[in-house]
Design a protein. Structure first.
Length: 464
């Protein structure tokens, strides 16, 4: 990555070239830059018009590389500014999986424009891209590319190397070669390293590894990412239900998946919308996307008012009890959100499965006791020092122990419950856990107060 000073220098040079008559100066400058430098300057440009000029000045190959690095929400709007023939030249340089995604984004943005561009695309390239569009975008078929190299088991090392010289330019990667039979069924895998050091007359059948880890076209993308992470794979073969090799998933595709899934989980755990481009979103759009969940939380939080209202006679007799409510329910929310975050992450990375619930329950019960005792002792001494009221100190100490245990168990259990019913555990968001613990914490607090301070209360009713 360029330094800040380096980026600013490049930006200044590009903006100077943009201000000159014609495009030769801009084209020459962009040709000198590496793809990453172009991308960094791209995001520093101030207007869409400048970005459109840069995209138009790039040669088709460089423009395709830049386009593939942009979000699918950005692509159609920028391509709208270019004439269809130029758009076609750029799109034909994309890898088939990227082309399929871009065409789909254009279809959603402007169907007529997308149809015009499709008509100009090479029929063979279009056919491959459309075949990929048939797969679910969140499954292996939707993120794979058909640009792979396959060979036969009967070929020799010399023949394979000669074949690679012709096939390599069109392949996504040649570090691993896949061995298929006459029906294109996957039979083995051969590394480029093994091929290079092998004697020229050695056959592929003698070198290939028949213990192949692969996925099917309907394998969820998160599982694909996990398999590649577990085995440190740079590429993973994809087969159809009949075992035919139809594509490969490369590490760059998986990085996109991991980024998207992590972003989605973070948004969900913060009760934030997941389907917007924040930078381009208007205040009205942000309001519409966020208000429904926030209203639900506000309505849910009225339960805390109902609990406090029910026990207002207790608070009226011992007013100081009200001062501790924010501290107690805040602690419960923090404890619950913390453990929920840990469990959600462990479930997402498959470190935990549903069968591990009892083990997690026991562990968090013990952790909750330890946390509760630590917090309870602190609260007891705090009240004794500053209020010198032993009964209130004991009530608050016991409450803190019970709230900590309960919050730990609620935070640990909710993600498992959501997963059990097929709901994304990330939806057990911090605001959700906090709302639950506000109500539960208040109920615990007032029940303990009635039990410990009962003799001091003359007009309070017991029970809920």
């Amino acid at each position: 990555m360029e330094s800040t000073t380096g980026i600013q220098n490049l930006l200044s040079a590009v903006q100077t070239a943009l201000g000159e008559e014609g495009t030769p100066a801009l084209e020459g400058l962009l040709h000198e830059l590496r793809p990453q430098q172009v991308l960094e300057v791209w995001y520093e440009l101030e207007t869409d018009e400048e970005r459109e000029q840069v995209l138009a000045a790039l040669d088709p190959d460089d423009a395709a590389e830049l386009l593939s690095k942009l979000s699918l929400k950005e692509q159609p709007e920028l391509l709208e500014a270019l004439p269809p023939p130029q758009v076609t030249r750029v799109l034909e340089e994309l890898h088939p999986d990227d082309l399929a995604d871009t065409l789909q984004a254009m279809e959603e943005w402007d169907p007529d424009r997308a149809e015009e561009v499709r008509a100009l695309l090479d029929p063979e390239i279009l056919a491959v891209a459309e075949s990929l569009s048939e797969y679910d975008e969140e499954e292996a078929g939707g993120i794979m590319t058909p640009d792979f190299v396959s060979v036969r088991a009967t070929m020799t090392a010399r023949q394979v190397l000669a074949f690679l010289r012709e096939a390599a330019p069109d392949a996504e990667t040649i570090y691993y070669l896949y061995v298929v039979d006459a029906l294109d069924r996957l039979k083995g895998v051969l590394s480029l390293r093994e091929l290079i050091v092998a004697p020229p007359d050695r056959r592929v059948s003698e070198m290939m590894d028949t213990h192949i880890i692969h996925v099917t076209t309907d394998t969820d993308q998160e599982e694909v990412a996990q398999i590649m992470a577990d085995h440190d794979f740079a590429v993973l073969p994809v087969v159809d239900p009949e075992g035919h090799l139809v594509g490969i998933v490369t590490v760059d595709d998986v990085l996109d998946v991991v980024t998207d899934e992590a972003t989605e989980d973070i948004h969900r755990m913060g009760a934030a919308p997941i389907d917007i481009d924040y930078v381009r979103a208007s205040a009205w759009l942000l309001f519409r996307k966020r208000v429904s969940w926030l209203v639900l939380l506000v309505v849910s939080m009225t339960l805390t008012f109902n609990v406090i209202h029910h026990y207002e006679e207790v608070l009226a007799e011992i007013v100081i009890l009200a001062a501790f409510i924010p501290l107690l329910i805040g602690t419960g929310g923090n404890v619950g959100a913390q453990v929920a975050t840990l469990v959600v992450r462990a479930l997402a990375t498959r470190e935990l499965e549903l069968r591990d619930y009892l083990r997690v329950f026991r562990k968090e019960f013990a952790t909750g006791i330890l946390l509760g005792v630590a917090f309870g002792v602190f609260m007891t001494f705090y009240v004794l020092i500053f209020r010198a009221e032993p009964r209130i100190a004991v009530a608050l100490g016991i409450t803190m122990v019970l709230i900590s245990i309960t919050a730990n168990l609620v935070g640990a259990s909710m993600p498992f419950i959501f997963r059990r019913f097929g709901i994304d555990p990330a939806l057990t968001s911090s605001p959700g856990i906090t709302t639950v613990m506000d109500v539960v914490g208040l109920l615990i607090y007032f029940r303990v107060v009635l039990w410990v301070l009962g003799p001091l209360l003359t007009g309070a009713e017991g029970g809920v």
